[in-house]
Ligand binder design. Structure first.
Ligand SMILES: *Cc1c(COP(=O)(O)O)cnc(C)c1O
Length: 404
């Protein structure tokens, strides 16, 4: 049984005060809070079996290696990935995308085309622009509708045999839109291109089945799904990971080194140079266990209830406009009040203990589309409550009164 009050007890930070008020944490799209189970997992590693992995024959190193590789297996199972060596540990979604963009430098030719969606986070735009500068490939943009959904009819006209890569997020961090990635993957494959899905925002809300999706790459960050910062994953189909060159050189990623020539290790180690974030990787696995114990169906049900309730309540405020109104969306509400700067609303509600995000949410092209400087964004997690939404709505009303 899903009991939000029981769940909240797992998160020590949720009982603290901010500016004298109980914390109302509604910035989950930027990072989620961490349950005690994940925090304990990190403490346990450093307290009891801290050692470098893959190297020592000694027992501690074995224990650490087993836990780290065990986490890779958990990720493999969770995302329904065929082989554990198709799971690459990275520092996060951003690094995963850079790894792939870097790898395509030698593969792309001048005039090849890439398609980026108009809903992307800067992390899924800038590395590709840099790749285009290196290779002379052309970046095309898949535009969005007023409601924040992708113009799929335009997508079909952009695709051609020149299209080498398409990148799109699974769920938009700025608007909450859930994108039709299955259709995008199928259409791109029909034209011979490859697809990278940015799942950073999706994985705390849904459990992607990567075998069913059949995407070429999928990236995510642990910290957006109750895990620690500084660790994430790159899933790549074996055939792509074999084809891409190593991203960084160093220890762990080699088979043999002489001054004349170095041969690289096989997957996944080829892409994992240097000592990794060992405790982070293990805690990523613990976060996945934690979310699965609650269950993604229960999470979705609760978050949808919060989304519907908050949408209704916020829209009762005069002059308030919500950006991103697609029927397919998760628990993110981006809004503005006519005549008021989002930053001013954010500042006032912070004084009342409420954490929301204001600004462009690392997605300036979306703000340009709506011709606004930014929005106030409230993003809900499964540990948020209707009572917290009432507190938010009262605070926004108060800000509205003070500022108009
Ligand atoms: C957070 C986020 C990123 C970046 O993730 P990092 O953890 O900062 O690397 C990329 N895309 C989306 C959709 C995100 O929400």
């Amino acid at each position: 049984m899903f009991d939000v009050n029981e769940i909240r007890k797992d998160f020590p930070i949720l009982s603290r005060k901010v500016n004298g008020q109980p914390l109302v944490y509604l910035d989950n799209a930027a990072t989620t809070q961490k349950p005690q189970q994940v925090i304990d997992c990190i403490v346990d590693y450093y307290s009891n079996y801290n050692a470098n992995i893959h190297r020592g024959v000694h027992s501690l190193s074995q224990e650490a290696t087993d836990a780290y590789e065990g986490a890779r297996k958990k990720i493999q199972t969770h995302f329904n990935i065929a082989n554990a060596h198709e799971v690459i540990f990275t520092a996060g979604a951003t690094e995963s995308i850079n790894l792939v963009a870097n790898g395509f430098t030698e593969i792309l030719k001048k005039g090849d085309e890439l398609i980026v969606s108009g809903l992307e986070h800067h992390s899924n735009i800038v590395p590709w622009q840099m790749l285009c500068e290196r290779t002379g490939a052309i970046l095309k943009v898949l535009p969005i509708h007023e409601d924040g959904s992708l113009k799929m009819d335009v997508f079909k006209t952009l695709l051609s045999e020149k299209t080498k890569l398409v990148f799109v997020n699974h769920i938009s961090n700025a608007l909450g839109t859930i994108n039709p990635i299955k259709e995008i993957i199928e259409l791109t494959h029909q034209n011979g291109g490859a697809v990278l899905i940015d799942g950073a925002q999706a994985c705390s809300h849904v459990r992607p089945d990567l075998a069913a999706l059949d995407c070429d790459f999928y990236v995510t960050s642990a910290h957006k799904m109750c895990g620690p910062t500084g660790v994430g994953m790159l899933y790549g189909k074996e055939k792509w990971l074999e084809k891409l060159p190593p991203y960084q050189g160093g220890g762990e990623m080699i088979a043999e080194v002489t001054f004349e020539k170095t041969t690289y290790a096989g997957l996944p180690h080829k892409f994992e140079a240097g000592t990794p974030n060992i405790s982070g990787g293990i805690a990523f696995g613990a976060a996945i266990d934690y979310l699965n114990d609650i269950g993604f169906e229960a999470i979705a049900e609760h978050e949808n209830e919060l989304l519907n309730y908050a949408t209704q309540q916020l829209l009762s405020i005069k002059g308030l406009k919500i950006y991103g109104t697609s029927a397919e969306k998760t628990s993110v509400i981006s809004f503005n009040i006519e005549g008021i700067h989002p930053y001013d609303i954010g500042t006032i509600v912070d004084k009342l203990g409420i954490a929301v995000r204001t600004g462009h949410h690392c997605a300036q092209p979306i703000m340009n589309f709506y011709k606004i400087p930014g929005t106030v964004r409230a993003s809900f997690a499964f540990y948020n409550t209707k009572k917290e939404i009432d507190i938010l709505v009262a605070a926004v009303k108060k800000a509205h009164m003070m500022l108009s």
